[in-house]
Design a protein around this ligand. Structure first.
Ligand code: ZN
Length: 303
């Protein structure tokens, strides 16, 4: 099953010709999740070829406009296209009221239901799980209460080596034991070791999203060992004072977090409109963490 991250918007506060404000589409084990929904997200979703009616979960990090000004537009479009399947929106508590007002004043009555789950930006919590994936939230540190997100595949059971299993003439009753990594004892008392008949499947992958935040060492515990970390890097070292004042990170801050959390790969985004490219971000970050990339709109990352 695939796990893909599509960057819909890679810029900070001001949309530019090259960079839309924050939004990301995550496809994980056939589940469709949207993280943040800045202005212009629905046109970016179209450009990326995403089937918007498949989106079942929308996660909003915080209520600065560049992270949610596109939301009511997207929800309205889903309605106009005939959606009848409910959707779950997770975000700061005030978001529910904002959406309600925007829809009511415009006289829009959605043809589907929104299940709204309030987040406070203060705690680590599992928001959703089914048999294939889990979605968690954790606190970030910013000017407003802000939520980070973690999406994880569930670890699959051990896989049976068909040939070995058949040639041993084993009963099918052994399968559930082997899949869980347990030995099987048959009715005659003979023990069969699970390791002889199974192999460990691919390690479950995970993706963490940290935007917006000042350098915040506490997040390391929540994102330890993730396959890919997206961390905002609005500024470089030259703008360190500005980063502090606006409670954003520099590329170096993000790289330190990636190093401490021992993540597999670091993606940098939410670049200030003052940067034409991300070359300086890469230079400064790679002093602390080598496997780093600056994202651009419509980039797709396969985990
Ligand atoms: Zn913000």
């Amino acid at each position: 099953m695939s796990f893909e991250v599509t960057i819909l918007g890679s810029g900070a506060a001001l949309p530019t010709q090259k960079r839309n404000p924050t939004a990301q589409f995550i496809s994980c084990s056939n589940r469709s999740i949207l993280i943040d929904c800045g202005e212009g997200t629905q046109t970016q979703l179209r450009k990326a070829g995403v089937k918007i009616q498949k989106i079942s979960h929308i996660l909003i990090s915080h209520l600065h406009g560049d992270h949610y000004f596109g939301l009511v537009g997207l929800l309205s479009t889903m309605h106009l296209l005939g959606r009848d399947q409910g959707i779950t929106v997770y975000g700061p508590v005030e978001l529910e009221l904002i959406l309600k007002l925007q829809l009511e004043i415009g006289g829009t009555k959605l043809g589907y239901s929104i299940c709204f789950v309030p987040l406070n930006g203060l705690e680590y919590k599992c928001l959703f799980q089914d048999k294939l994936i889990e979605i968690h939230t954790f606190p970030l540190k910013h000017k407003l209460p802000t939520n980070g997100f973690l999406i994880r595949e569930k670890q699959k059971d051990r896989s049976i080596i068909g040939d070995e299993f058949k040639s041993a003439g084993l009963s099918l009753l052994a399968i559930p034991f082997f899949k869980k990594g347990e030995d099987y004892v048959n009715e005659l008392g003979v023990t069969y070791h699970y390791k002889d008949f199974t192999y460990f499947p691919a390690k479950a992958k995970s993706y963490a999203f940290c935007s917006d935040t000042i350098y915040f060492q506490e997040v390391v515990q929540y994102i330890k060992g993730v396959t890919v970390l997206y961390h905002e890097a609005t500024f470089t070292e030259k703008e360190r004072e500005r980063a502090k004042k606006t409670m954003h990170s520099t590329a170096k801050d993000a790289a330190k977090i990636a190093f401490d959390a021992k993540v597999g790969k670091l993606l940098l985004g939410h670049l200030s409109a003052r940067f034409d490219d991300g070359d300086l971000h890469i230079k400064e970050a790679s002093e602390f963490f080598e496997n780093v990339e600056v994202v651009a709109d419509l980039n797709v990352f396969r985990l």
